[in-house]
Design a protein around this ligand. Sequence first.
Ligand SMILES: CC(C)(COP(=O)(O)OP(=O)(O)OC[C@H]1O[C@@H](n2cnc3c(N)ncnc32)[C@H](O)[C@@H]1OP(=O)(O)O)[C@@H](O)C(=O)NCCC(=O)NCCS
Length: 212
Amino acid sequence: MPLYKTITVNEETSLAIWKVQETEENLWLGVTLTPYCQNRFNGMKSELHRKAFLSIRHLLANYGYTDADLIYDENGKPHLKDGNFISITHSHNFTGIIISSTEHVGIDIEMQRDKILRIAHKFTPFEEYRTLANTAAVVRKLTIVWGAKESLYKIYGHRGVSFLHHINVQDFKFDTNNTTAQIIFQGNLSNYKIRFLEFEQFTCVYATRDKE
Ligand SMILES: CC(C)(COP(=O)(O)OP(=O)(O)OC[C@H]1O[C@@H](n2cnc3c(N)ncnc32)[C@H](O)[C@@H]1OP(=O)(O)O)[C@@H](O)C(=O)NCCC(=O)NCCS
């Protein structure tokens, strides 16, 4: 079972990453989907997507949950029926979930790709990156910032939040593996801790919302 990595963030919060290497048939072993998820699964044209979706159910099992413990709201945001917080991500052959009993959480896995250079201006003031040593470092940094903003979006969940104008990720050094971020939207300020890790040309970023 390719459970790739687990991270204990603190006593209440932890995350797990799966590296999808199984066949679709093998991923079905021990998995039962609710009618809602089965219906979604049936509509997935890509095998990669179906396998990612099934692997998430194995990550849930790692925490003692089944698909039936998960409900999706009208925006597609997942919730656990027992009131614990959850966030889900998939990117190519990596998938991840983060679960917390007390904190709002968000997670995002992204493949590091040069393509991000072309869209950077849409989500971050690009000037901040000019001091980095080379293009590879810029791509790494942009991917972390993008993942942070996706993670925050998954927590905050308001349509209309602009990655460029409403979410600010504090500058950071790679070796610290963490930073902070703020969302200022419609006069409300909320603060977040951001942590990140890199593996096999992928970046995983996860966020927790500070208690007020
Ligand atoms: C919803 C969104 C956050 C998903 O992120 P993604 O990188 O495309 O895909 P990921 O694999 O990381 O995440 C998908 C998971 O996010 C979760 N998700 C979907 N909608 C969500 C929402 N509104 N809130 C929280 N989580 C959500 C789901 O669990 C989904 O997986 P599942 O349906 O298989 O369980 C993303 O599509 C989105 O809408 N982002 C905001 C877009 C935006 O404002 N962009 C500005 C660019 S400048």
